[in-house]
Design a protein around this ligand. Structure first.
Ligand SMILES: [Zn+2]
Length: 188
C-alpha cells in the first residue's frame, strides 16, 4: 500500500469515524477522503485519489497517481508535451489512482466483486477496463473535467453501464466538509 502522510491519515480516520457515527453522509465523506488521499500524489498539476469501500462503508484500499514503486527518478512533471514528447512526459510513468487502489486491494487478497469505488476524477478508459474486470459495480466521482483524458473518459462512460457498473457524480454539500475543503484550499 502506498504511504499516506501521518497528518492526512489522522484526518482520514476522523472522517471515517464521522461516517460510522452517521454524522456525515457516507458518500460525501468518501469523496472527501479521496480528495485527502489525492494530496499524496507527487504530480504538481493533477492529483487524483481513489478509495475502494465495502457496503458497510469500511475502507478496503486507496490509491493516488504516482510512479511505480521503486521508480523515483521521474522529475519531469511539467513536461506537458504528451503527444510530441511522450517518452519524456509523465504519461508512460504514472500509474493512475484507481489502478493503484485495485492493485493495493489485490495485494491484500481482497475480493473486489460488487464493491464501490470513490474517485476525485472520472476514470480514463484504461482504469475503466480494470474497474469493470475487478468486479467493482459502483463508481462515485467528484469531477469529470480533464483536458487530456476527455475522449478516454467518454469511452469509459460508454463501457460502464453495459458492463454493470453504475456511476454517479457526488457533490459535497455537508457544511462541515465544505468548510474543511475551503480551509485546505486556503492553506494550499
Ligand atoms: Zn486512468
Amino acid at each position: 500500500m502506498q504511504d499516506i502522510q501521518p497528518k492526512t491519515n489522522e484526518n482520514i480516520q476522523k472522517i471515517i469515524q464521522l461516517i460510522e457515527h452517521k454524522e456525515i453522509n457516507a458518500y460525501e465523506g468518501y469523496i472527501y477522503i479521496s480528495l485527502l488521499v489525492s494530496k499524496n500524489s507527487p504530480d504538481p498539476r493533477t492529483k487524483v485519489g481513489a478509495c475502494i469501500v465495502d457496503d458497510n462503508f469500511k475502507m478496503l484500499s486507496h490509491g493516488f497517481n504516482d510512479v511505480p514503486l521503486g521508480y523515483k527518478s521521474y522529475q519531469n512533471w511539467n513536461n506537458r508535451n504528451y503527444e510530441t514528447d511522450w517518452i519524456n512526459s509523465k504519461i508512460p510513468y504514472v500509474l493512475h489512482a484507481e489502478r493503484q487502489a485495485i492493485i493495493n486491494a489485490f495485494k491484500k487478497q481482497i475480493v473486489l466483486d460488487k464493491k464501490q469505488i470513490f474517485v476525485t476524477l472520472f476514470p480514463c478508459h484504461e482504469c475503466a477496463l480494470e474497474i469493470i474486470e475487478s468486479g467493482i459495480n459502483r463508481l462515485y466521482y467528484y469531477n469529470d473535467e480533464n483536458e487530456y483524458f476527455g475522449e478516454s473518459q467518454k469511452a469509459a462512460k460508454k463501457m460502464f453501464n453495459p458492463c454493470g457498473v453504475v456511476f454517479e457524480k457526488i457533490e459535497i454539500k455537508d457544511k462541515y466538509l465544505v468548510k474543511k475543503i475551503e480551509e485546505e484550499i486556503k492553506n494550499g
